[in-house]
Design a protein around this ligand. Sequence first.
Ligand code: KIV
Ligand code: NA
Length: 264
Amino acid sequence: VKPKTLTTLQNAKRDQTPIAMITAYDAGFARLAMEAEIDILLVGDSLGMVVQGQRDTLSVTMHDMIYHTKMVRRGAPSGLVMADLPFLSDTDTPTVLRNAGRLIQEGGADIVKIEATAAKADLVQAMTDAGIAVCAHVGLLPQKVRQLGGYRVRGRDIDDASAVMRDAEVLTHAGAAMVLVECVPSTLGARIAKSIDVPVIGIGAGVDVDGQVLVMNDLLGMNPHPARFVRDFLRGRGAILQALQAYASAVRSRSFPAEHEGFV
Ligand code: KIV
Ligand code: NA
């Protein structure tokens, strides 16, 4: 299998071939995900919850991110690896450039993801100008959970839908090479993917986006309180590899997510 690049993903969007992305936090799962031909590995700050057992992602540090990104890179030497900028690692331009640089140079990441609204356009622009491939994470932003008082679907009313759409547009205009949209009505996910030129990956954003991402532990049935958009791909299968293959194939045939796995 040829190594995936941003160009591969751009072509996949053009050809309407859905992109299958999954989180990975260590070498063993990264290796399995590559064997299952998953397109992108995300070293998500969700590791704070699923690996570290924290209540949310806010305690994850740059040290944690680099530690896990290195392990994923070792398990998937030729894989396309995206790593999250953790909480408060992006407070200003010099800080975000230093931290994104560390994820790439120390961790081995190819792409850096930032939770952002249009207000962070200057940060995305600065990273892009520096040669960093940036994915803009819009919609529900888990790093704001303590401020928001919980996880809620975004974009359910017209004003909020316009705000999410505008975030995606502004951040793409600032240079984001990809967009990840979390927890929005399926119709809004579809509209964003249609109006944005770069690949749009969804989680809880319906089937009509350019690709899907799930947390590894969630799709292996390890979450006792799974969100609506989670499917247990291990159930009824004998091995994790089979579960990962089933996930990749369900994404590519657009049989995941189903309507009931999206929001209205
Ligand atoms: O950290 C993570 O796993 C993520 C996904 C939920 C998109 O950002
Ligand atoms: Na994240």
